[in-house]
Design a protein around this ligand. Structure first.
Ligand SMILES: [Zn+2]
Length: 253
């Protein structure tokens, strides 16, 4: 895929995620990214809105420079800003989003080619509740497993920016160690969600499915609580060949 086509796909994805009717983000909320090549990626610039973004709303940044910032572990807010400015490629007044560091981790350490971070009202209604962790601890229907994987990564609330990015990296690594695969969905308590896709359309599907799951959970809690599928049933859906076939069909759409 040419670089320009990739950037166009990222723009289309961003505008789609930002559509007011989806209720995934408002104002300047949320951010998206895509790998540009083995060393760099595009990420939404700070302050841009997803719903009307174009190529001028993204900055290209150097992965290694962003990860060095993450590895520093304890930089001041202004030092992080300066480091992100220095990680930016080319002449631009734009500053990469403060959440650029976790995009770097998702794109270069978790197998994603496109990443969409949003704050959907339906998802945050649960993530901001007393029982967020419990609500997302089990799977409730087969298509959820096919699209979002056998489980999400759940990150307890932490300060956005560097601290959150470090927590996300640790959460991804623990997930990879335990499940021997990359996550598709990361849930951030009292904050929002991250969809990790091999394609732009996969990011859309994961986001849409996480929203649907969350709406169903809200209704299920009103009718006595969700009936979580057993681990055996989840594993069965996760590994059966016809579900893999469906995943590939979805990919072809
Ligand atoms: Zn956010």
């Amino acid at each position: 895929m040419s670089n320009r086509k990739r950037l166009d796909e990222l723009i289309t994805l961003s505008v789609e995620l930002g559509k007011p009717g989806n209720d995934y983000v408002i104002l300047g909320e949320g951010n998206t990214s895509a790998r540009a090549n083995d060393e760099t990626f595009w990420v939404k610039a700070s302050g841009k809105s997803l719903n009307n973004i174009d190529a001028g709303g993204f900055v290209q940044v150097d992965y290694a420079a962003v990860i060095t910032t993450l590895d520093s572990r304890s930089l001041s807010d202004s030092a992080i800003k300066q480091a992100l400015r220095e990680a930016t490629i080319g002449e631009t007044e734009l500053l990469p989003s403060v959440e650029t560091m976790f995009h770097a981790v998702c794109l270069f350490e978790a197998g994603a080619e496109f990443v969409g971070h949003t704050h959907p009202t339906a998802v945050n209604a649960i993530l901001c509740s007393q029982h967020a962790k419990e609500a997302y601890s089990g799977r409730i229907f087969p298509d959820e497993i096919v699209v979002c994987g056998p489980e999400p990564v759940f990150i307890p609330y932490t300060d956005p920016g560097l601290t959150l990015s470090i927590a996300i990296r640790e959460g991804i690594r623990a997930y990879q160690d335990r499940l021997q695969r990359d996550p598709k969905l990361i849930l951030l308590q009292n904050h929002g969600m991250i969809a990790l896709g091999r394609t732009a359309s996969e990011v859309q599907r994961i986001t849409a499915m996480a929203v649907k799951v969350s709406r169903i959970l809200q209704a299920a809690y009103a009718v006595g609580g969700p009936n979580f599928l057993s681990a055996e049933r989840v594993a069965r859906i996760d590994t059966r060949p016809d579900e893999h076939y469906r995943q590939r069909m979805l990919e072809g759409q």
